[in-house]
Design a protein around this ligand. Structure first.
Ligand code: ATP
Ligand code: ZN
Length: 284
């Protein structure tokens, strides 16, 4: 029994999706320009598809699970379950208008023509805010719509904003924040669920490791307690004596969020020779 996963064939999510599987220790035979491939060291069959089609295939059980942007999941409204946010493919679905326009708030959109590839999400957004507008669905190059007089505003995916800028537009509101997620079919057989659990365990270990760093430092013994007090660690930090008397080596794990803050405090507390090392997997 194998679990069938659908990932994007090519595009912004392809490389990170394959990398996630590889980081999970799953060999993926090179499958570019092929419809599917499989792993020889994990019961997984990998299908390469257009991202827009992935929710439908997962609903229909052509694939058991899939990796796709949350924006696509919300737009397609298929009967699938989101299992895990994956931390890549981050973007926003934003409202943009011509650089010269004065956007006063969502009421600006009342009665306007808005071009988007996300009519379902946009309609919900407007309805929730009591705004009525004309939604023009277009499938690509949404950002040129205002310039050719097709729309007064657009709702499109943005990450850096450079595409908007090049088209004389500015981002003025956020409709949705999105990232890649793992979705699953709602009625997986128990054997497939068991494989999914194994995969999820690995994915979570990889995600946790990415968010954490292994830190080694030298601490003067007279300030050891103060330094240990600054380190949260998995349990308590490892402390080893250095060959030079009066000094100890301290090892611990720090999360990305608190990292810079704590490093500063460690230096102030007299820590020296601080080494920060990436963690490959983290099982807690
Ligand atoms: P396909 O050929 O598979 O239909 P596509 O052209 O529709 O591909 P991509 O542009 O590769 O799709 O984007 C795939 C996903 O990447 C988006 O749905 C979104 O979740 C995410 N993404 C991240 N950043 C951006 C961005 N700046 N613009 C568009 N999508 C982004
Ligand atoms: Zn697409």
């Amino acid at each position: 029994m194998k679990l069938k996963i659908a990932i994007q064939k090519s595009g912004r999510l392809h490389d990170d999706s394959v990398k996630l599987l590889k980081d999970c220790g799953i060999d993926v035979k090179n499958g570019m320009n092929k419809l599917k491939t499989e792993s020889d060291n994990f019961p997984l069959e990998i299908y390469f598809l257009r991202d827009d089609d992935i929710p439908q295939y997962v609903e229909d059980a052509v694939a058991d699970i899939g990796i796709v942007g949350e924006n696509v999941v919300f737009e397609k409204q298929k009967k699938v379950t989101e299992v895990e946010q994956l931390g890549f493919g981050k973007c926003r679905l934003s409202v943009a208008v011509s650089r010269n326009e004065q956007y006063t708030g969502v009421e600006y959109l009342q009665g306007k023509r808005i071009a988007t590839s996300y009519p379902v999400i946009l309609e919900d957004f407007l309805k929730a805010r009591g705004v009525t507008a004309e939604i023009h669905e277009i499938s690509g190059s949404v950002e040129i719509a205002p310039g050719i007089g097709l729309a007064d505003a657009i709702v499109d995916l943005v990450s850096s904003g450079s595409t908007l800028f090049m088209n004389g537009l500015k981002e003025v509101d956020t409709v949705l924040k999105s990232q890649a997620v793992l979705i699953r079919n709602n009625e997986l057989a128990p054997e497939k669920l068991a494989i999914l659990e194994k995969l999820l365990f690995r994915i979570r270990s990889v995600k946790k490791a990415k968010n954490n760093k292994y830190v080694l430092l030298n601490a003067p013994n007279d300030r050891l307690q103060e330094i240990i007090g600054l380190l949260p660690g998995m349990k308590s930090p490892t402390v080893l004596p250095l060959a030079e008397s009066g000094w100890s080596s301290v090892h611990s794990v720090l999360s990305e969020n608190e990292f810079w803050d704590i490093i500063e405090k460690l230096k102030d507390a007299g820590a020296q020779g601080i080494l920060v090392v990436p963690i490959e997997k983290m099982i807690v």
